[in-house]
Design a protein. Structure first.
Length: 404
């Protein structure tokens, strides 16, 4: 079915552009009208159009929930034994957002040209993160693409739920912080100077809390811009360092040592590794190849390095459990499950059980953290507000006493 590139406006008057699949230009315009888009320009898309759209949208990120919805649709169609190119095309036609439609059009064009799905989605890192691409490769290797894509959708939905819960938990404290900052700025600008003048005229010393608050205000007024610029520069340097291979490994080592957070991050990587390796082994992929493919799906450089060493050791005749135990990175549960799986010949079953247990543990940890964010933030803000109120009100009470 031909692909048409279009430009037009939505019912809300916003500019829209992208691609749409249809048999004829007339049916393409009709399909766009169903999506609420009035096309002002329409022509059959060429490879240049697809490349241009890919470049246009490469700098934009897609929301996890949107990606999850897209992947669920794709997994359902693949499970129904619809050819992959047709399945991607069908999901593309359902997309109302030009960015996702253009991305899927580019993926479908690459699939038609003979690329694998993993290679096609790799050209869209803003939509498909690297760890997802590794899992897609595992699904293609094992012949279980629908199961793997469904698992990716579940992961994206879990990420979206966590973001929404944290955003909801942070809304009230954020409003408090904004209002409190405005009130403090007003008091520092108008009330505190008058109080200071009265105390100076009466030759009385201001309370310690008031002097501390005034000192903070003076520092912010005198060096606020420099402080913000310095913090921004430090953030850029840290981001550049964390993006490097060496920096990313060092950062992971630091994060893994942090109580609670390190446990959650390690369990996430281990669950992803266990799911991927189980899928590959159950699909008949040799263990050495499965370990190599699992490296990209782990989402952790340290775990990927450990799996690379495990691959070399297994190639040399060692057992997988001995290598994992020697690395010191894998939890005892994973090591024990792999040991039982190797002895019983049911490695994939044991890995799936370990992954399920890790998923449950991660869910408990995340739910606990999300439920604690709001009260902790409220307590912190209450402490700040209490300090400011004391710093402002104590001198006012003292001033009243002096006047009397």
């Amino acid at each position: 079915m031909p692909t048409f590139a279009y430009k037009g406006v939505t019912r809300q008057g916003r500019a829209a552009s992208g691609t749409v699949q249809a048999d004829t230009p007339r049916s393409a315009r009709a399909r766009l009208r169903e999506q609420g888009i009035l096309a002002s320009h329409l022509e059959e898309a060429t490879a240049e159009h697809v490349s241009g759209l890919r470049a246009l949208f490469s700098s934009r990120r897609v929301r996890p929930r949107e990606l999850a919805r897209l992947l669920r649709q794709l997994a359902t169609l693949i499970a129904a034994e619809i050819p992959l190119v047709d399945a991607v095309g069908a999901v593309e036609r359902r997309q109302r957002k030009p960015m996702l439609a253009a991305t899927l059009a580019a993926v479908r064009a690459d699939l038609t040209a003979g690329d694998s799905l993993e290679a096609a989605v790799a050209r869209h890192p803003r939509v498909f993160p690297p760890m997802y691409r590794g899992m897609i490769r595992a699904g293609e290797e094992a012949g279980a693409l629908d199961r793997v894509i469904l698992r990716i959708a579940e992961h994206a939905e879990a990420s979206a739920r966590l973001q929404e819960r944290l955003r909801a938990a942070m809304t009230y404290p954020l409003i408090m912080m904004i209002v409190g900052t405005g009130v403090v700025a007003f008091l520092l600008a108008y009330v505190v100077p008058e109080v200071t003048r009265v105390f100076a005229e009466s030759r009385q010393t201001l309370p310690v809390a008031t002097r501390a608050l005034m000192a903070l205000g003076e520092v912010a007024a005198a060096y606020g811009t420099q402080i913000l610029l310095s913090l921004a520069a430090c953030a850029l340097v840290l981001r550049s360092w964390a993006a490097s291979e060496r920096g990313a490994r060092q950062l992971e080592r630091i994060l893994y040592r942090i109580p609670w957070l390190g446990t959650v991050l390690r369990n996430v990587a281990m669950a992803r590794f266990s799911h991927t390796l189980a899928t590959l082994v159950s699909g008949g992929v040799p263990l050495v190849t499965a370990l190599e493919v699992s490296r990209a799906a782990a989402g952790s450089r340290l775990v990927a390095d450990a799996l690379g060493e495990a691959r070399e050791a297994v190639t040399g005749g060692e057992s997988l459990v001995s290598v994992l135990e020697r690395s010191g990175l894998f939890p005892p549960m994973i090591v024990d499950m792999v040991a039982v799986g190797e002895k019983s010949g049911r490695l994939e079953e044991m890995l799936e059980k370990a992954a399920a247990a890790l998923d449950e543990e991660i869910s408990v940890h995340v739910d606990t953290a999300a439920s604690l964010v709001e009260p902790v933030m409220i307590l912190l803000m209450a402490g700040v507000v209490l300090f400011v109120v004391l710093a402002i009100m104590i001198p006012i009470f003292e001033m009243n006493r002096l006047v009397q």
